[in-house]
Design a protein around this ligand. Structure first.
Ligand SMILES: Cc1cc2nc3c(=O)[nH]c(=O)nc-3n(C[C@H](O)[C@H](O)[C@H](O)COP(=O)(O)O)c2cc1C
Length: 400
């Protein structure tokens, strides 16, 4: 999987530094060319010689080492990297990276690279859960860095909890996925919608639905991994936006969703509407909290929200349109009708009543219907895997 890939491995001053030696061995075995950069703290734990022998390359440690090679090294390693890996990553290096500090060879190189950077934290559970470390990690993710969650379990410091350096085999699998994904959406502009909408009744109440946003967020993450320039327009969810988005826009109501989608429609090549937009909204928003009163029932009048997907279908020029449908009955008829009526290129349909499909679960079971009348059943898989399957189909159809 990693044949010919140039991997720079930054090793920092964690007790888990010795495990990076096994990681180097595995990376080499998978065909990668590995260059190790160590911080001075890391050298207190493992000698550079270990990494030199295992990687077959000189280990870079000091910026101002004689003979002076740093001006070549810190930029050339950064430039040549297909993947920049920091494993184990201390709380210290994570904080330095988040602050843009470049006071040694590793921090300078990582600041200079345009390669994907994968950070594998390893530390005491309290250091890991400290809000400062968590904020630094969130910030790095926001800026497009990849972060692999540490394992939970007994730690070298005697504590037990989250912070364990994952087994090198597990890290290798993560890397293979990260590097192996093809960049077939390079230069493609993709707009993805996700999550539910909220239609306010009064200042404290709203109408919404059970959409978690997981499918749309998985699609956005997968599209970024494949090189797409991605705008994610999201209703209220508890999810973190994936790293590397071109734009992340939060909305509440269907009308706000419509406004944002139309604003960017001209910009994009592909639109994937995975959001569960409310069909109706309360006709009259009440400015103050509605009192319970004495009546045993109440009347709430609803009016129809605009059908955004249909509008996109009508205004379609170059755009490739993907719709989603969550159906509970007459699945095929409804899907085909929606595909035709809304001028879609394909529609992904899930039977939300099936186990392992639909709202708020991490897996999905869908059927894809195409404009040419064909259909394809996709077996149960994670939403992230399904996101890649859908994008595979989009990429293929864009070629024709
Ligand atoms: C025995 C020992 C073990 C340590 N293990 C860790 C660790 O696992 N994770 C961590 O973030 N810091 C750990 N530290 C603290 C770091 O080594 C320290 O913050 C150092 O400044 C990190 O420098 P660096 O990020 O430049 O490598 C450890 C320190 C000692 C003395």
């Amino acid at each position: 999987m990693l044949q010919g890939k140039f991997v720079v491995l930054g090793v920092t001053g964690s007790i888990a530094a010795y495990k990076a030696a096994e990681l180097v061995r595995l990376l080499k075995k998978a065909g990668a060319e590995v260059h190790v950069v160590m911080t001075s703290s890391a050298r207190e734990f493992v000698t550079p010689l270990t990494f030199q022998v295992l990687s077959g390359n000189p280990v870079v440690t000091d910026m101002f080492e004689k003979p002076v090679r740093w001006e070549v090294e810190h930029v050339s390693l950064a430039d040549r990297a297909d993947l920049f890996l920091i494993a184990p990553a201390t709380a210290n290096i994570i904080a330095k990276m988040a602050a843009g500090i470049a006071d040694d060879m590793l921090t300078s190189s990582v600041l200079a690279t345009r390669a994907k950077v994968l950070v594998v934290p390893a530390m005491n559970v309290n250091m890991y859960l400290n809000p400062i470390t968590q904020e630094n990690l969130s910030y790095l993710k926001e800026k497009g860095f990849y972060v692999m969650e540490p394992d939970e379990g007994p730690l070298a410091c005697g504590y037990s909890g989250k912070g364990r350096f994952p087994e090198p085999e597990k890290i290798l699998k993560f890397i293979e996925k990260l590097v192996g994904v093809s960049r077939d959406l390079n230069n493609k502009k993709i707009l993805i919608t996700a999550g539910p909408t909220r239609e306010p009744i009064d200042p404290v109440r709203f109408i919404s639905n059970r959409s978690s946003g997981k499918m749309g967020y998985a699609l956005a993450e997968a599209a970024v991994e494949r090189g797409g320039e991605v705008i994610l327009i999201s209703g209220p969810t508890s999810l973190q936006p994936p790293p590397g988005l071109y734009k992340y826009i939060r909305i509440n109501t269907a009308l706000e969703m419509r406004e944002k989608v139309l604003e960017y429609y001209g910009w994009c090549d592909v639109v994937i509407k995975a959001a569960a937009v409310s069909d109706f909204r309360p006709k009259n928003y009440v400015e103050h909290k509605i009192k319970k009163g004495d009546s045993a029932s109440m009347f709430l009048e609803l009016e129809k929200n605009p059908d955004i997907l249909r509008e996109l279908g009508e205004r379609k020029q170059k755009q490739f349109l993907v719709g989603f449908a969550a159906e509970t009955d007459e699945i095929e008829e409804n899907a085909v009708e929606k595909l035709r009526k809304k001028n879609l290129d394909l529609i992904v349909v899930n039977d939300v009543t099936a186990e392992g499909a639909g709202f708020d679960v991490d897996t999905n079971i869908v059927k894809i219907y195409y404009k040419n009348g064909s259909a394809e059943e996709i077996p149960k898989m994670t939403k992230k895997e399904l996101a890649h399957v859908i994008l595979d189909r989009v990429v293929n159809l864009l070629k024709n």
